[in-house]
Design a protein around this ligand. Structure first.
Ligand code: TYM
Length: 332
């Protein structure tokens, strides 16, 4: 039997470069070989945006991007998380054996406590439980995600193993975070901080359909530093970020050239940014066009979501019946 792949992205706007290189690029390769489930995590988006003004539009947007960027509904199962009530039922069951102490220690929860002190809701606390339910409902073993999701995957293993132990069953396998490269990916943003993230603001983020003009402006305004103080000085974080972004879209010779210039102390960041903007435009231009074309085809998107939900539910129902039986409930 083929190994099962599961992953999702929250519909909080357009997909960005971090989503693409952290997760989506792997979706594309995995759909060829494995039994893959890729969904749009709309339940999860409620933890930070409980009253999103255009939920349906945001979901459709991500669905269109999935298709435009190359997911094939014939090769993998593409669905919307809230079309699968079985996920919510498994989440409920797993919550009974998820403990306050372990949930409060999760880094992403602690970050949110700092960033949204007026909305520390229970959904935020149990975010990793819902994520475990997403994966375990399909008995997923490979989970393509970016570096920031590593701890959530560890929790998914904990909850799955705990369920198996408590109910003396072997329903759930152990899911592992997956990256085709050596390590899980972290794409930095343009404002000199950590990972690229929508919550760090528009200036931090490169969207996959960014217009040529905005793309250039954003990159030319990216944070750097005042130049290496002495030849051979180590790169500052904002400059390392620019090199990390170059590694995604520039040729090796280009990176080596600027690296040498930095070592010599003669680097001109304006030149580096111009080159990065040009290479980024080459990467983005075809994506921008495909996304626009797909967004215009609403009927096809509705059909894809319906088809995906049916396929996903068939699998989810089977798992849920085994879970209900293990717990002592009747099958549905
Ligand atoms: P979300 O929407 O925050 O991120 C979606 C995916 O994009 C990756 N990502 C990044 N990777 C590298 N560098 C970045 N700057 C960057 N920004 C985002 C994330 O690691 C993620 O893989 N909780 C998940 C959504 C989810 C899920 C799941 C994933 C819900 N249930 C079950 C896998 C399996 C998330 O982070 O969404």
């Amino acid at each position: 039997m083929k190994e099962i792949v599961v992953s999702g992205i929250r519909p909080t706007g357009k997909l960005h470069l971090g989503n693409y290189f952290g997760a989506f690029k792997n979706f594309l390769t995995l759909q060829e070989e494995f039994n893959s489930y890729f969904f749009i995590a709309d339940y999860h988006s409620l933890t930070t945006h409980p009253t999103q003004s255009d939920m349906a539009g945001s979901v459709k947007r991500v669905l269109a991007e999935y298709i435009a960027l190359g997911l094939d509904p014939e090769k993998c199962t593409i669905y919307i998380q809230s079309d699968l009530p079985e996920t919510a039922e498994l989440y409920l069951m797993l919550n009974m054996n998820a403990y306050l102490g372990e949930l409060e220690r999760v880094t992403s929860f602690k970050d949110k406590v700092r960033s949204q002190p007026n909305n520390i809701n229970a959904g935020l606390l149990t975010y990793p439980v819902l994520m475990a339910a997403d994966i375990l409902i399909h008995k997923g073993v490979k989970v393509p995600v970016g570096k920031d999701q590593e701890q959530h995957l560890e929790m998914a293993r904990t909850f799955g193993n705990r369920f198996n132990r408590l109910y003396q069953t072997d329903i759930f396998p152990e899911p592992q975070a997956f990256s085709a490269g050596k390590e899980l990916v972290k794409v930095p943003g343009l404002t000199g901080g950590g990972k690229m993230s929508k919550s760090a603001g528009d200036a931090d983020t490169i969207y996959l359909d960014e217009s040529a003009e905005t793309l250039k402006k954003k990159i030319m305004r990216a944070v750097s530093d005042s130049g290496p103080t002495v030849p051979g000085a180590p790169k500052s974080q904002p400059v390392q970020n620019l090199f990390d972004l170059m590694s995604l879209v520039c040729k090796t010779e280009t990176i080596e050239f600027f690296d040498q210039e930095h070592k010599n102390g003669s680097i001109r960041y304006g030149d580096l940014k111009k080159q990065l903007a040009a290479d980024m435009e080459n990467f983005i231009a075809p994506l921008r066009e495909k996304i626009q074309d797909t967004l215009n085809n609403e009927k096809r998107l509705d059909e894809i979501a319906k088809f995906g939900a049916e396929k996903a539910r068939k699998n989810a129902r089977e798992t849920m019946n085994a879970v209900r039986e293990a717990v002592g409930f009747k099958k549905n």
